[in-house]
Design a protein around this ligand. Structure first.
Ligand code: ADP
Ligand code: MG
Length: 351
């Protein structure tokens, strides 16, 4: 990377249920970006999908409480577009000057390839996975199907679409008595429930179908939740250190993630036998490749007592607060937060 200052367009917010979480990730990223190397332009997308420019300081209100955060700018801006070569019309779209975009927009339209496609069409480089990888990993069902083809184990599950007949008894025969029910394309545990009884199952279906027309019913595993950070383009590498999530709630719910300060313990490094840890890291890189990821992804596993493991999901835009697992694992592996950001921007600019 050359040493003239690059203008980074940090895109945050968005229309998904993870709007607030995204703003908090963005808050930490802008704070850590080295200003001697980068100019930072905050770009907030509000819940209705309109784009706004923000000052990098003070763009966020209440960054310490995920339930109250909001983007505090009111300067609307056009979405990025490729300027026709022969256009004589001079447009004043301040996004034209952005050298590289850094979308830190979790969830639908931000992490699923839609925003990535927009930036692609505008001819702008951006951090993270491209359209394919983003779309594949956003859809838990499609992602699992590719992993299975690659020989990577996933928890036994069934897919249902809106209007399908769901037979509870049949599922108990197939998957056991306790299920996790989740929307196929969501994040931050929104719409995820654990169901043990027929009533809980019914309620869980309602909640998940309230978010997505396609849902997954999974066998509930007792496995430990192990996370692995992967970084790179054509030659991705897994961070040396793995992390473990130990939720204090029944599972790693939205409350445990963001609302309750003591909701979960992040154990870094995860205490795992060396050979198992190596296999997890190799599998994470294999999964990153087979699902067309680029730049970064956090690959989440369930590890059973006998040393076998499943991939739960792959996050192409993982949480990026200063205490989030993805950057923490790199930090523990020798790559500090602000250096990680620089590396991601470098990877975005690689052709
Ligand atoms: N099959 C499962 N068995 C046990 N726990 C699960 C299972 N699926 C999900 N969970 C729990 O629910 C949490 C959220 O589910 P996940 O599939 O990771 O959705 P999200 O994309 O919203 O993070 C997980 O971190 C884990 O605690
Ligand atoms: Mg998850």
């Amino acid at each position: 990377m050359n040493h003239s200052r690059l203008k980074v367009g940090l895109i945050c917010g968005g229309t998904s249920g993870e709007h607030q979480v995204s703003l908090i990730s963005a808050y930490h990223i802008q704070k850590a970006l080295d200003r001697s190397r980068f100019d930072v332009q905050m770009i907030g997308i509000n819940l209705e999908g309109s784009w706004f420019l923000g000052e990098s300081e003070g763009f966020l209100e209440h960054h310490d409480d995920v339930r109250k955060v909001s983007f505090s700018s009111s300067h609307p801006v056009n979405i990025p577009e490729r300027r026709p070569l022969e256009s004589t019309e001079k447009k004043s779209n301040s996004l034209d000057e952005i050298d590289v975009f850094f979308p830190i927009t979790h969830g639908r339209f931000g992490e699923d390839g839609a925003l990535q496609g927009l930036l692609e069409m505008a001819g702008k480089p951006y951090v993270g996975s491209n359209v394919y990888g983003s779309a594949i990993c956003m859809d838990k069902d499609v992602c699992k199907r590719l992993l299975v083809l690659q020989g990577i184990p996933v928890v036994p599950y069934r897919v249902f679409r809106s209007g399908d007949h769901v037979r509870h008894e049949e599922l108990i025969q197939e998957l056991g008595p306790t299920f996790f029910v989740k929307p196929s394309r969501e994040g931050s545990s929104l719409g995820v429930s654990k169901a043990r009884t027929a009533n809980e199952f019914e309620e869980a279906l309602k909640i998940a179908f309230g978010i997505d027309r396609k849902i997954l019913v999974e066998k509930a595993t007792q496995g430990r939740e192990i996370e692995c950070s992967v970084l790179g383009n054509d030659k991705p590498v897994a961070a040396e250190v793995l992390g473990e999530i130990v939720p204090k709630h029944e599972f790693y719910s939205y409350e445990a993630k963001y609302v309750d300060d003591e909701g979960a313990k992040l154990v870094i490094p995860a205490q795992i036998e060396e050979d198992t840890a190596r296999r997890i890291r190799e599998t994470a890189v294999d999964a990153f490749r087979c699902t067309e990821c680029r730049g970064m992804a956090r690959v989440d596993f369930f590890l059973e007592d006998d040393g076998s493991f499943f991939i739960n999901e792959i996050n192409t835009l993982p949480g990026f607060t200063s205490i989030s697992m993805y950057p923490k694992l790199w930090e523990a592996s020798g790559l500090p937060y602000s250096k990680l950001l620089e590396r991601l921007i470098e990877l975005a600019l690689e052709t």
